[in-house]
Design a protein around this ligand. Structure first.
Ligand SMILES: Nc1ncnc2c1ncn2[C@@H]1O[C@H](COP(=O)(O)OP(=O)(O)OP(=O)(O)O)[C@@H](O)[C@H]1O
Ligand SMILES: [Mg+2]
Length: 179
């Protein structure tokens, strides 16, 4: 996993210099649109950035592009998104290996963006098997002192081998607030 920060010369395996600049420009102007609905904000972000990728989805804080080749690009649309990106990058890099298997892999990140593996299959919590897997996942994180926040269907996917994978772990936190 490689890191790029503001001020460094743009160099990314996934993004061109032009794309990198478009993202930076968006980040400088996004505050203007803070009052938009999530949906409208994601559309505005796509239009302003002018990237050639399709939008795969969005939440409240990031818009997610399909990089056409097994990867997704998540770009911040609200300030909280910077924190989500940082948490995902830190957690994926630093958590114990048995927990990392639950996390959608991070490949690269920079100021306001992060690149992850694209997951195809969505999860329905109607299925008993998925609910059981989710309980085990939550237990495993809590045992390591990590509170797995916001584990709803939209933030979960299934890997090709049927493993439950978290695609949005930006709301995970150290569980010390329990004390
Ligand atoms: N790795 C991925 N593979 C496929 N689709 C993804 C992936 N990551 C995100 N998505 C899609 O994009 C949507 C938004 O992504 P994500 O949940 O990370 O954004 P967010 O703004 O952080 O969300 P929230 O409002 O829950 O904090 C997801 O619900 C999902 O539909
Ligand atoms: Mg989400």
């Amino acid at each position: 996993m490689s890191q790029m920060s503001r001020g460094e010369l743009p160099h990314s395996t996934f993004l061109t210099k032009k794309e990198w600049r478009s993202i930076e420009l968006w980040l400088y102007t996004m505050e203007k649109y803070g009052h938009y609905s999530d949906d409208r904000l994601a559309r505005k972000a796509k239009k302003k950035m002018g990237l050639s990728y399709d939008v795969l989805g969005h939440g409240s804080f990031r818009v997610v592009f399909d990089l056409n080749n097994d990867y997704v690009l998540k770009v911040v649309t609200r300030r909280m998104g910077f924190i989500s990106n940082e948490i995902e990058m830190d957690l994926f890099r630093e958590c114990p290996k048995h927990l990392r298997n639950y996390l959608c892999p991070v490949y690269e990140f920079g100021h306001g963006w992060i690149i992850m593996r694209k997951m195809i299959r969505t999860v329905s919590m109607e299925e008993r098997d998925h609910r059981k897997k989710l309980v085990k996942l939550e237990d495993d994180f809590l045992k390591e002192g990590i509170h797995p926040g916001d584990l709803n269907e939209e933030n979960l996917a299934l890997s090709r081998t049927g493993k439950l994978v978290v695609i949005d772990y930006g709301h995970f936190s150290k569980a010390d607030f329990w004390w």
